[in-house]
Design a protein around this ligand. Structure first.
Ligand code: HEM
Length: 393
């Protein structure tokens, strides 16, 4: 194991390569954050949205909060019953069928991006492929014209390639992110307004038209949900593709097995997500005094659930540091759990499966470039390759 080790710059948080957190829970006096590492405890937190609220912003000082116009419709920060209602409406538009129908298009896009690589022997797989693919898919799904793709890509890079930890340095983070988010919002708002007058066959149109019990989404809700899809949907899938290529390079015997038996591809994707979840942690805020894993936790405490740690909990996963594409069952938490379980799971799984199969088909000798080691996103919130130089032939 050489490359993946670089992920581990935050050893206190990430249970990786045999290191273990001291206990399933740890309270950090300095920051006032309750850290959660155990699988059982993580499931408990995510399974109880009434006690562990996703609206953790209320614990931040007023000047650091996003206003309602930026949060209404951002379902990942909402609690039931508002969250349940919004998710129902959104589910009317963002259906499994809509995603499944994208398969031929994603195959075409994948081949087009790889065609652009031409005869080059060496390439940064993130830059050439794993980064553009998911953002193009979501942008097109929403109805963003191809001519605006590059502008979007650029904006998304500034948002996510930050080295700062948004939680500990949120003053400058919030300011910077607000400026970016406002630009994207204004753009999406213009397009959503246009769809109300001139419907098209895209997701933005479906969102403005989606209705449950006579209720539709407001303009702010459509825009913020579309913005959430853009942010939540692209970097994670980039990570999934890049991390999986890397973990396969570190496990050549398993890689050969998967190449030979493609029914193992979905299992390989889930196992990669288990070991290297793109979102490393999710946050909650306690709504009342409670108890977790035998510890008292008071009301109004910020709770940080470390998914990578929970995914290597030995009480749930045997040999947790071993990559096993045939692992069964695999109750990993990379997609979250409970009310907020990732809405983009079918899309990401589809993109990951197509990407891996086509990479296998086109490049039988694909390997990590021995002269240029991969780099990783510096934020502790993500587990993701940033550059993945590979040799294709
Ligand atoms: C490998 C790829 C992905 C991973 C690992 C991932 C991970 C997650 C996680 C952990 C959550 C739960 C957050 C929480 O409980 O606070 C979540 C929620 C969400 N994800 Fe994903 N995601 C991925 C891809 C996508 C894609 C492609 C989309 C959209 C196209 C998407 C859209 C969403 C949305 C809308 C939510 C909020 C759901 C809710 O609050 O009810 N995700 N995701």
């Amino acid at each position: 194991m050489t490359d993946v080790i670089s992920f581990d710059t935050h050893q206190q948080h990430i249970w990786i390569h045999g290191e273990r957190p001291p206990a399933p829970l740890r309270f950090d006096e300095a920051t006032g954050i309750q850290h959660v590492y155990g699988h059982r405890e993580a499931m408990e937190v995510m399974g109880d949205p009434i006690t562990f609220s996703s609206d953790f912003q209320r614990l931040f000082p007023a000047e650091f909060k996003f206003g309602k116009e930026l949060t209404d419709g951002n379902m990942v920060r909402m609690d039931p019953p508002g969250h349940t209602k919004l998710r129902k409406i959104v589910n009317r538009a963002f259906t499994p069928r809509l995603v499944a129908d994208l398969e031929p298009h994603i195959v075409t896009l994948t081949n087009e991006l790889l065609d652009e690589v031409g005869d080059a022997d060496r390439v940064d797989l993130v830059d050439a492929f794993a980064y553009p693919l998911p953002i193009i898919v979501i942008a097109e799904l929403l109805g963003v014209p191809p001519s605006d793709r590059d502008w979007f890509k650029q904006l998304m890079r500034t948002e996510l390639y930050s080295s700062r930890d948004a939680l500990l340095d949120f003053e400058s983070e919030v300011e910077r992110r607000l400026a970016d988010i406002r630009q994207v919002r204004a753009y999406l708002a213009e397009h959503a307004a246009e769809r109300r007058h001139t419907p098209r066959g895209d997701l933005l149109t479906l969102l403005v038209e989606a209705e449950v019990d006579g209720e539709r989404l407001s303009d702010d809700q459509v825009v913020n949900f579309a913005n959430l899809l853009l942010i939540a949907g692209h970097i994670t899938t980039t990570s999934l593709i890049g991390n999986t290529v890397l973990v396969l390079a570190d496990n050549p015997a398993q890689a050969a097995r998967i190449r030979a038996d493609r029914t193992l591809v979905p299992g390989a994707i889930e196992e990669s997500l288990r070991m290297y979840p793109p979102f490393q942690r999710i946050l909650r805020a306690t709504m009342r005094d409670t108890e977790l894993g035998g510890h008292e936790i008071p009301r109004d405490r910020l709770v940080s659930v470390w998914l990578g740690a929970a995914n290597r909990d030995e009480s749930v996963f045997s040999d947790p540091h071993v990559f096993d594409p045939a692992r069964d069952p695999k109750p990993h938490l990379a997609w979250g759990r409970g009310a907020h379980f990732c809405l983009g799971t079918p899309l990401s799984r589809l993109e990951g499966r197509i990407a891996l199969n086509i990479l296998f088909d086109r490049y039988p000798k694909l390997r990590i470039d021995p002269e240029r080691p991969p780099t990783f996103l510096p934020s502790p919130d993500f587990t993701s390759v940033r550059e993945l130089p590979v040799v294709l032939r």
